[in-house]
Design a protein around this ligand. Sequence first.
Ligand code: SAH
Ligand code: SF4
Ligand code: F3S
Length: 475
Amino acid sequence: MMEIAQMSAKKQQELRQEYTEKIRRLLGERYLQQPYAHVHSYGCQQNVADGEKLMGMLAQMGYGFTSSPEEADLILYNTCAVRENAEDRVFGNVGALKHLKEKRPGLTIILCGCMVQQEHIAQKIRKSYPYVDIVFGTHMLAQFPMILHEYLVSQKRIFDISLTDSEVPEDLPAYREDKVKAWLPIMHGCNNFCSFCIVPYVRGRERSRRPEKILEEARALVAAGYKEIMLLGQNVNSYGKGLEEPINFAGLLRLINGIEGDFRIRFMTSHPRDCTHELIDTIAECGKVCKCIHLPVQSGCDRVLKEMNRHYDRASYLELIDYARKKIPDVAFTSDIIVGFPGETYEEFLETLDLVRQVRYNQLYTFIYSKRKGTRAAEMEDTIPYEERSKWFRQLLAAQQEISSQIHHSLIGSTVRVLAEGEGKSGAGYLTGRTDSNLIAEFPGPKELVGTFVNIAVTEAHNWAVKGVLVNGGK
Ligand code: SAH
Ligand code: SF4
Ligand code: F3S
């Protein structure tokens, strides 16, 4: 399939159409009723966005979708490799498919995405999971119709994890289950090589999509009634590098903010190294951009940050936070933190804890370091016992819970604007949504309000969310 990657975009598109049609005919001959696919994406939103493209292609081939693997004629897991537990979960779920395949040999089982892009994982699947029919890597996404057709015709296992640094095609249809919020990838890959991270190895080099293509997609989403667009990239702040036209992420935000309509814009992930004052000024100026910045710090200790290859230090990070707080009233920050990086001491961890208390994040995503084969950190001496890391981790969680709880309690009595996203967990008659700062809010309200912005008076605060009531019926 490597040869196909070398073809022009137009030629590839024609080929995809041809093979999509072939599969459509084949399925018509083989199945009396419409066949069903079960698709699940693990990992980050970028992977979910890829999953939506795979579903888009499957829908064009004639597949319907089911949330139950037992009912499916095709099962596709789009996998994640970022931490060991992400991989364990995939292996667990794939293991559970063995009996399904025995019962129904006609079932097609496919694994794709970041995890299988790693040679040692592909080998393991080849040897130990003989009932997995197709394995293809992150760079083969656009060739899915050709790969699937070859398997359906030959019934022979296919493994293809070749790497091509070709353009990601623009014309893959996305099948979006959510009708309120949409993911919109603006770039692919990553060039940063943070020493702990597998992403640059499994996703390849950074490539920005052309601004006019992103704008076209954003306009179509707004026209289709989407109320929130989440711009995605591993490092959105380096958007535009390598494009012919001079544009950076701040410029792109301004363009999208200029689209007519009542919708909001979020983005992730913003790498602190390339986060500029210009970007913060732009967030402040653009009315549709949420005043919530996900700015993963990973550690509050300069020595650890250097070992992580993050290219910023504690002081420059805190300067950014200060600048944003001055320019954007009520700006919210969220962050990712890794606990127990190889060689980290308890004193160094305490510097992270101290930074967390200083910044007072609205939310924190905390991870225990997980060794990833092939990364630089995997070669570093790692002597911290697991129990020790877990202790630090719990300490960090407790500190953050206190901060989140204080922030949430301070909202009681105020009115917040919420995008109603769906039915709430609190029971019948409840809706759930998110505030501008990405805080979950639950409130009683009619289903008709889903997909609209409503005003909520906050009455109750929890660690993970607030509860409230509609003000003036939400308007
Ligand atoms: N591109 C984003 C991060 C994507 S991965 C950024 O640079 O911020 C999401 C998060 O997973 C990272 O921010 C990091 O906190 C965590 N992570 C990545 N590799 C990890 C590893 N090997 N062990 C534990 N956590 C990891
Ligand atoms: Fe991984 Fe760093 Fe790239 Fe984020 S910026 S995806 S943490 S290498
Ligand atoms: Fe996981 Fe790949 Fe995303 S490793 S976090 S799915 S880019």
